[in-house]
Design a protein around this ligand. Structure first.
Ligand code: CO
Length: 299
């Protein structure tokens, strides 16, 4: 009996042919639908704002996202129904997150990264995560979809995040002048990132404080410390993507219970900074980092 010698180049060719046959089905699967070209998208998932000056911060971030990711089509969604309704009345249409994702699906996007503007992993973030998860694995849907982490989410880069927030403090601040950041705050356990941020800020600048509108620490907590340190002047800065309603009214408004008024009652003059964090270079860099991490998940 003679055997066909399987060795040398013949053997290598046989292995290559086998490898090719094994890879063929998985190559085809890489496209959810046969022959469909890859289409990359980024959805900016914002809470939204109806204040045009506040929207400037979102536009700034949007432009940076586009410049950093030229191979991706960038779209925007607002999660707030109240704000979308208000905008619609003045003829401005912005999709909700669900509608924006459904539209991207219909428009043939294959790979979608969702960038959230949220600061903490609270109730809204978990709701957004459920929405994004609902679009994962739908028939004729995306091949891949991923959601970014909030700005404050990774203990490892909290020192960088705290430093980025500090870079938004006006340069004309003098020694002895305090900085009070106003976060939103929530009853959700994710609120812990606000006192967490206070810890990292204290290491960088001991005269810097974090308060929240609806969670802890409260403004009262901060005022106690400011009085003990005989602070006479403070900068008020919204720890929010846009300087919208909370910043303009709860923080800088003329009502007696605004943060500016409460501090004034205790002899502390304040300078409100009405700029959204999304429009600040140092914070936008953190958003771009979160987005880059999300794009990595799509690969
Ligand atoms: Co609110």
């Amino acid at each position: 009996m003679s055997r066909i010698p399987v060795s040398g180049p013949n053997r290598r060719a046989a292995w290559l042919a086998l490898l090719f046959l094994l890879l063929l089905p998985s190559l085809a699967l890489a496209h959810g639908e046969a022959g469909r070209p890859q289409k990359n998208g980024i959805l900016l998932a914002f809470f939204g704002t109806s204040v045009p000056e506040a929207e400037a911060a979102l536009k700034t971030l949007e432009a940076k996202v586009k410049a950093a990711n030229p191979a991706y089509e960038v779209r925007r969604a607002y999660s707030s129904n109240i704000i979308r309704k208000k905008l619609a009345e003045s003829g401005q249409h912005v999709d909700s997150t669900v509608t924006a994702l459904a539209r991207m699906m219909d428009d043939g996007f294959t790979h979608v990264a969702v960038l959230t503007s949220l600061f903490i992993p609270g109730e809204e973030y978990h709701g957004l995560a459920r929405t994004v998860a609902a679009f994962d694995g739908l028939p004729k849907g995306f091949d891949a979809i991923a959601l970014s982490q909030p700005l404050m989410s990774d203990p490892a880069d909290m020192p960088d995040v705290a430093a980025a927030f500090l870079k938004t403090v006006p340069a004309d601040r003098k020694p002895g002048e305090a900085v009070v950041f106003m976060g939103h705050g929530t009853h959700h356990p994710g609120n812990i990132f606000y006192p967490g941020l206070q810890y990292y800020l204290a290491h960088l600048d001991p005269n810097t404080f974090v308060g929240t509108v609806e969670g802890t620490p409260s403004l009262d907590d901060i005022v106690e410390t400011l009085k003990k340190r005989s602070v006479k002047k403070a900068y008020l800065i919204p720890l929010m993507a846009v300087a919208g309603d909370h910043a303009q009214n709860d923080m800088a408004g003329d009502e007696p219970d605004s943060w500016k008024s409460v501090l004034a009652k205790d002899g502390i003059a304040s300078t409100p900074v009405l700029k959204g964090m999304a429009g600040q270079d140092a914070v936008a860099d953190i958003y771009l980092k979160r987005l880059a991490q999300t794009l990595d998940h799509l690969k």
